[in-house]
Structure formats: C-alpha cells, structure tokens
Design a protein around this ligand. Structure first.
Ligand code: AMP
Length: 174
C-alpha cells in the first residue's frame, strides 16, 4: 500500500453531518494513527521544503492540528486564524459563506510583520470560502500568501479556482 493510500484509508466518511446531504470527511482516525498523521506532515513538509516563507496560518480548528505540527517541524512561526470572539487582542475580521452556513474568521492585527510570507493550512478545501477569507485576512495584516495546503480537496467544488492566484496543494482528492 502506498503512503497516501494509508492516509486515505484512515479518512472516515460520516454521512449527513453536520446537516443532511453533507458527507463529512472525518480526519480524527488519521490523527489517531501516528503513521498516517506523520505521512501527512512528511508530504506537506516535502512540498514546501524549498519554498521561502516565515509563518504558517492555521485555520480553526482542524487547521491548527496540521498547521501547528507542520510549523514546529519546519521551524516556522504558527499563527491561528480563529472563529469570531476567540482571539483576545485587537483583530481583523473577514466574513464568508461556508459549504454549510455562514461564518467569519479573525486574526490578530499584530500576528504578522509587513511582508512576511505565509503558508495557509487547513484539513479540507471545499468551496474555498474559508481559505479565501483567510487569504484576505493575511493581506490585511500585511502578509503575502505563498500557498495553501490541505489534507483533503473536494474537487467537485470550485475551491481551487476560488483561491487563485494562490496555489492550492492537497494530499488527497475526492
Ligand atoms: P470551505 O470554506 O467550503 O472550503 O470549507 C472548508 C472548511 O469547512 C474547512 O475548515 C473544513 O474543515 C470544513 N468542511 C467543509 N466541508 C467539509 C466536509 N465535507 N467534511 C469535513 N469538513 C468540511
């Protein structure tokens, strides 16, 4: 079995969560398997090994798990992009539409220095609304987005198109 097939095997489909008609891709079994989790981090680290960047912005909440682990491994800063009302200091906020509902995302105004280069990380790219809002947030704080990395991409949705010209990288596509 290839490394990526092992990860794929660990992604659990949960139908009708959190709403009827949504097939939720549950990555908790990936996290519970050290081999699968490390394969994800190995492949992401390999993809950005020769890229020059300063920080990883992880999207709440599953983007924190992969993003923080990758930041630690790659010796980059980790910056959380959070749901409204969670960050304690002054924030910027961007609102966006989800595959299921509406939301907003915030970042600390002083999270990045002007011109810092950023990789965005989340578990899954669906419509791209969350990641697109996060790209906007990074720009608001003066950062430059060099790419967006995901464990899973739902290719029947136009997420990748929506992030352009930012390049999207995904380990697994459905
Ligand atoms: P989107 O903004 O539509 O690209 O949605 C991406 C965000 O919603 C990510 O943070 C995902 O964790 C979550 N998400 C959306 N659709 C799914 C799905 N089918 N399974 C698991 N998570 C999802």
């Amino acid at each position: 079995m290839s490394a990526i097939d092992l990860v794929k095997q660990r992604v659990r489909d949960v139908p009708d969560f959190p709403k009827p008609g949504i097939m939720f891709k549950d990555i908790t079994p990936v996290l519970a398997d050290p081999s699968a989790f490390n394969i994800c981090l190995d492949l992401m680290a390999e993809r950005y090994d020769t890229s020059s960047f300063d920080a990883i912005v992880g999207i709440e909440s599953r983007g924190f798990i992969f993003g923080a682990a990758l930041a630690s491994r790659m010796r980059k800063a980790f910056v959380p992009a959070r749901k409204p009302g969670k960050l304690p200091a002054a924030t910027h906020r961007v609102e966006y539409a989800l595959e299921y509902g509406k939301d907003a995302i915030e970042i600390h105004r002083d999270a990045l220095k002007k011109g810092e280069r950023v990789l965005i990380v989340d578990d899954l790219l669906a419509t791209g609304g969350t990641a697109a809002a996060t790209i906007e947030l990074v720009k608001k704080v003066g950062g430059e987005v060099i790419g967006a990395a995901f464990v899973i991409e739902l290719t029947f949705l136009p997420g990748r198109e929506r992030l352009k010209p930012v390049d999207a990288f995904a380990l697994i596509q459905y």
